[in-house]
Design a protein around this ligand. Structure first.
Ligand SMILES: *[C@@H]1O[C@H](CO)[C@@H](O)[C@H](O)[C@H]1NC(C)=O
Ligand SMILES: *[C@@H]1O[C@H](CO)[C@@H](O)[C@H](O)[C@H]1NC(C)=O
Length: 367
């Protein structure tokens, strides 16, 4: 009762914020930029010829409009909850034709489902916006904003922005482990592949710095082996797949370490590690404590754990999305996303390194 009241009232506040936003865009709120994969894509792939898309029902069933938007969620995703925290409208996908004029000043979402750190990740999805192309669009964005408010204010807007980047899971799931004996798995053993990914990711983050980003939340990978898709295809008796869990447990600490190196190099806490793997394990290991009846079975899907294939209009659909940790075979539900962003905001250094988002927001509002 209480939680559904809170959700109802926040949906109403949100509708109000969106309604006001369309009349008088708040140029004051901090800009927000998002890069990465399906965990943070809010609709770019709707504009592309690719199978990696979330633009048909029941996606978006709990979104304020109750329509699919391209978000891989029943409702809000991680960037949406962050937008709410910084007092901003939801970001538009960069490819949206509505992203023009003053709306550009709110920021933009460049993420594209299916992409990875490596260019060869997600090749089966054909036309997706790979990392280097997300950055090309970010450059184009900055040229468009410069035409609107001038170079000096554009630089301020970009330097003062909050940035979120979520990438890496697909480099395992949709590359190294996509098929037995994949090209990358013949080229590298797992520890060496992780080292290679981290060194490529480092170049990506340095590029982001060169493009003007100065406050960047970097998420690790989730518990790759525990998602319903892997329970259905690789796991035994509902146990998380050990090999994918090993991949995540190698990748995440090395990522945090690499971010520390970059911060020392730039002599500033530019990059903040968000341990989304640990956040997700909290509700996977103890779903009941979070009000979930299961963290194994997806709300939308088919086959064992609803983990086989895609979430489509023909899939099983749970009546109450709030009691499922996973919305579809790969992606957390809105409720789980809400918990993840709460931990980003207020978590201890076990979750957020070197500090949490509420500390960052307080720090940055003083400068
Ligand atoms: C990815 O592809 C782009 C465009 O072909 C290229 O510029 C870039 O260097 C490639 N990145 C890597 C890591 O190979
Ligand atoms: C995280 O944020 C809360 C405020 O919500 C603060 O009290 C706490 O000390 C922070 N923790 C760390 C480790 O930064």
């Amino acid at each position: 009762m209480a939680s559904s009241y809170i959700i109802m009232s926040s949906v109403m506040v949100l509708a109000l914020v969106m309604a006001l936003g369309s009349v008088a865009p708040q140029a004051e709120a901090r800009a927000f930029f998002v890069f990465g994969d399906s965990l943070v894509d809010n609709g770019n792939n709707n504009y592309l010829a690719t199978t990696a898309r979330a633009d048909s029902p029941p996606y978006g069933i709990d979104f304020p409009t109750h329509r699919p938007t391209g978000r891989f969620s029943n409702g809000l995703n991680i960037p949406d909850f962050i937008s709410q925290e910084i007092g901003s409208e939801f970001l538009l996908p960069y490819l949206s034709p509505q992203l023009t004029g003053n709306k550009l000043l709110v920021g933009a979402n460049f993420a594209s489902a299916g992409i990875g750190i490596l260019n060869d990740t997600g090749i089966q999805f054909v036309n997706i916006i790979r990392m280097f192309q997300q950055f090309d669009y970010f450059k184009e964005y900055q040229r468009r904003v410069t035409a609107l408010i001038g170079a000096r204010r554009t630089k301020q807007l970009v330097n003062g922005a909050l940035v979120l980047i979520t990438v890496g899971g697909n480099d395992f799931v949709n590359n190294y482990y996509l098929v037995p004996n994949s090209i990358r798995s013949r080229q590298y053993n797992l520890p060496d592949y992780v080292k290679f990914l981290i060194s490529e990711y480092k170049k990506i983050l340095m590029k982001l710095y060169d493009l003007g980003a100065r406050r960047v939340l970097v998420t690790g990978t989730g518990p790759l082996g525990c998602v319903p898709a892997e329970l259905a295809t690789r796991g035994r008796n509902g146990q998380c797949d050990a090999e994918l869990q090993r991949a995540a447990s190698l990748f995440n600490p090395q990522l945090t370490q690499m971010l520390g190196q970059l911060n020392r190099q730039y002599r500033s806490n530019i990059f903040i590690a968000a341990n989304t793997g640990k956040m997700s394990l909290d509700f996977i290991n103890n779903p009941g404590a979070f009000g979930f009846i299961t963290a194994k079975v997806a709300c939308c899907g088919q086959g064992p754990y609803n983990g086989v294939g895609l979430c489509t209009p023909a899939s099983n659909l749970c009546p109450n999305r709030n009691i499922y940790a996973f919305w579809d075979p790969f992606h957390p539900s809105e409720r789980a996303n809400r918990y993840i962003v709460q931990q980003m905001l207020r978590g201890t250094t076990k979750y957020m390194n070197p500090m949490n988002l509420s500390t960052i927001l307080a720090l940055d509002s003083r400068t």
